[in-house]
Each structure stands twice: as C-alpha cells, then as structure tokens.
Design a protein around this ligand. Structure first.
Ligand SMILES: [Mg+2]
Length: 220
C-alpha cells in the first residue's frame, strides 16, 4: 500500500496526539491550574478559570513561558509542585492502543526510536513513562532548544546530534506544519498522522501500524 522506505535508521515520534491523546495535558492546564487558583485565592472555579485563561492568552503560544508550568505556578502564586498536579491527573494519560506493539516491532527490527516533541520535558516524561524504555533519546523543542515550535533547524540539529542524515530518519506526528512540512523541508521522511482518517495522500497515515508497512515489517 505504501511505498517502502530503505536505509532508515531512526524513527522519530511526536507525543501529544501521536503516542498519547491530549486529555491529560488539557486537564492539567484547563482544570488543575484553575482549580488550584480558585482554592488558593479563595474564589469560584468560574472566576479563577476566567483569570487563568486571560493570562494564558496574554502570554500566548509563541512565548516560551506558555509551555513552562513552573512559570505559571509562580505567576499565579500557587503553592503546589507540578509533580503534585501531574499525580492528580495521571489517570487521564492514555497511550493509543497500537503504540506499544508498533514500538516493540520497530525496536526488535533494530531501528533507533526517538521522541521529537515541542512539549516541555516534564510533560513528555510523565506521559510516556510506561513506554519510555523504547526510546534512546527524547528531544523537547522547548526544554532542549528554547524553541516554541519544531522548526527546520530543530530537526537538523537533532540529526546532527544523532549523527544521521535526514534521509535516514522517519518522523511521524499529527501537526501539519511542525510534524510534516518542516521535517520534509530538510529531507526527513515525515508522515502526517491523521487519526480521524479525513485526509488522504502518499505521506498520510491514520495509525502508527502503517509504519510497519512503510518499513517493510508488515505481516512478518
Ligand atoms: Mg502532536
């Protein structure tokens, strides 16, 4: 079904929406933080929610602070650690059903598996805790490169660190620009993950299982 790729050494994954769903992250930012804000400053959840959302908006996703939970805890004067908040919502972390078996197959076939996420490291670590042992390296655009998005440079830097050519890397993720167009621009074999199956095209997949086919491991 897919054209098979040869000469691949590294398979790279995005996290949110690719390995795990977004529920945990949403719960932390949209429920946990406003709830603690309400308790701390003695107000209703609704009032706290409004203040917190306005502050998020004011900072905006193009600022590095947007991604740094310690910045927000400090700014809102919340006397709680992020570990504490994560603990509270850990049960909301969901790794997509096909992930582990795909990682197992790829790893057994000798591919080096890595993570390229724009999330801050503490979010990546908690979300992939159960599957972490499959990955040799974890790259966070925000924590490692102080970049808010996965740019062309980000991907080139990752290749350089790993000592591989972009052509030897497959990357998969669910963001059209940051997981697909940008890595493609530098020569990485990027695939767009469309779990809802709304888009069709040569480099679009709807499950990570399709990677097995792309790398010639299907049905073995
Ligand atoms: Mg994503």
């Amino acid at each position: 079904m897919h054209e098979q790729l040869e000469g691949i050494r590294v398979v790279s994954f995005d996290v949110d929406g690719t390995l795990t769903d977004k529920k945990f992250v949403d719960e932390v930012w949209l429920r946990g933080i406003p709830e603690i804000y309400a308790e701390t400053h003695d107000m209703s959840f609704e009032d706290a929610f409004k203040i917190v959302m306005e502050a998020y908006e004011e900072v905006g996703e193009n600022s590095i602070e947007w991604y740094l939970i310690d910045y927000w805890l400090q700014r809102f004067q919340l006397n709680v650690s992020y570990e504490n908040i994560f603990e509270r919502f850990k049960h909301e972390i969901r790794v997509y059903p096909e992930v582990e078996s795909v990682l197992q197959r790829l790893s057994a076939a000798g591919y080096e598996l890595i993570i390229c996420s724009n999330a801050a490291r503490e979010f990546i670590d908690v979300q992939i805790a159960d599957i972490k042992h499959y990955f040799s390296r974890i790259f966070s655009a925000v924590s490692d490169f102080r970049q808010v998005k996965k740019s062309n440079d980000f991907y080139l830097e990752v290749c350089k660190i790993l000592g591989v050519e972009p052509q030897e890397v497959v990357h998969v993720g669910d963001h059209w620009v940051f997981d697909f167009l940008n890595p493609r621009k530098v020569g990485i074999n990027a695939f767009f993950l469309d779990r809802r199956g709304e888009k069709y095209g040569a480099f679009i997949i709807k499950s990570l299982e399709e990677l097995l086919d792309i790398l010639g491991l299907d049905g073995a």
